[in-house]
Design a protein around this ligand. Structure first.
Ligand code: ZN
Ligand code: ZN
Length: 353
């Protein structure tokens, strides 16, 4: 049956599919085997606007940070790396990285906690400075990922439509890492997947003023370099490290959640998809690489469910809760966790088949 006629079996209509996307597509998984989806309908997909411009800008932010490595190599070769560069990198990486993990992901996408308009605006602005696109598109794509996780309709699954064997695995990983950013066939429809954010005046203002936050995200490392290093030279190398190198590292850490964390690592919980917990990426990803736990309990403010699973984003959320900046933080009881425990499975699912 052509998809356009499938209106009766749409998985996500008027709010219920939004709940699936926010709270997890597999909140009530069948006891045996993965859930079956009807597949995306045209209404799930964001209509294409200015596709060439979008691809050009995506290409620019993908390639330019790599070119910056040439400047970094020259700087290191000439022994001109300053302490201020390292400090600026760490500060701006933390602000923009937490903007994505605490702001875009846990607060806006999954509503893991509630916050005042000022705090919502601050986190949405910090996330925008990461240059991973405006917040409403980011959320719509990510909610669609949860609604169709590793099934047709998932915007960035390494397991859909890439064939078998080594070539299929590499093609799938490339698509999930960066290739999907250049495709617009499975983007999440903003009206359907993010109506709450479109209706939120603060968040939609930050969304509209995206390029302002991009500029702030580059002006900040320049200013910090100047303040800490005291010279224009330190300001420029601050921009290099806190702007371009930070973008390169943060982008590829974010992309790795979509690619590596649906491919390598441990499945701790039953989720019905291929999400995995990848311990070595937990610090750089600020807790996001406990991705199987996240798919098991999408609204949970904590992704690192065990005491030893380092989750810097959850620590920041905990600190904000303790000082009263946020409230209604979603916590998952030990009992609910036990009910979904899968037991440990071997590494790298698809590489074996
Ligand atoms: Zn995922
Ligand atoms: Zn998520």
């Amino acid at each position: 049956m052509p998809q356009v006629l499938q209106t009766e079996s749409e998985p996500v209509v008027d709010g219920s599919n939004l709940a699936i996307a926010v709270e997890g597509g597999h909140a009530a998984p069948p006891a045996d085997g993965p859930p079956s989806h009807a597949g995306p309908t045209p209404g799930d997909i964001q209509p294409v606007e200015m596709e060439s411009l979008d691809r050009f800008l995506t290409g620019l932010i993908t390639v330019v940070p790599f070119l910056a490595l040439i400047l970094v190599a020259q700087q290191v070769w000439g022994q001109q790396l300053h302490w201020s560069d390292v400090i600026v990198f760490v500060i701006v990486y933390a602000i923009t990285g937490l903007g994505v993990t605490v702001g875009f992901h846990r607060m806006l996408t999954h509503r893991s906690f509630k916050a005042s308009p000022a705090i919502r605006g601050m986190w949405a602005a910090f996330g925008s400075m990461a240059i991973e696109g405006p917040c409403i598109s980011w959320v719509a794509d990510h909610r669609k990922h949860h609604a169709f996780s590793d099934q047709p309709g998932d915007p960035h699954s390494p397991h859909v439509d890439h064939g078998h064997g080594f070539k299929g695995a590499m093609g799938g990983l490339f698509h999930a890492h960066v290739g999907w950013l250049f495709l617009h066939t499975q983007r999440g429809n903003k009206e359907r997947y993010a109506p709450d954010l479109i209706a939120d005046p603060v968040v939609s203002w930050v969304n509209r003023t995206f390029f302002l936050w991009v500029t702030v995200g580059l002006a900040l490392p320049f200013a910090l370099g100047w303040l800490i290093g005291g010279t224009i030279d330190a300001a420029l190398t601050g921009l290099l490290w806190g702007g371009l190198v930070r973008m390169l590292v943060l982008h590829h850490v974010t992309y790795s959640i979509n690619s590596l964390c649906h491919f390598f690592g441990r499945k701790e919980f039953e989720t019905g998809d291929e999400s995995r917990n990848l311990a070595w990426l937990s610090i750089l990803s600020m807790g996001e690489s406990w991705h199987n736990s996240h798919h098991a309990f999408p609204t949970s403010a904590k992704h690192g469910m065990r005491r030893w699973q380092i989750d810097i984003s959850a620590m920041v959320i905990g600190a904000m809760e303790r000082v009263g900046l946020i409230w209604d933080v979603v916590k998952i009881s030990e009992q609910r966790q036990q009910a979904k425990i899968k037991g440990t499975l071997p590494v790298a699912a698809k590489a074996a088949d």
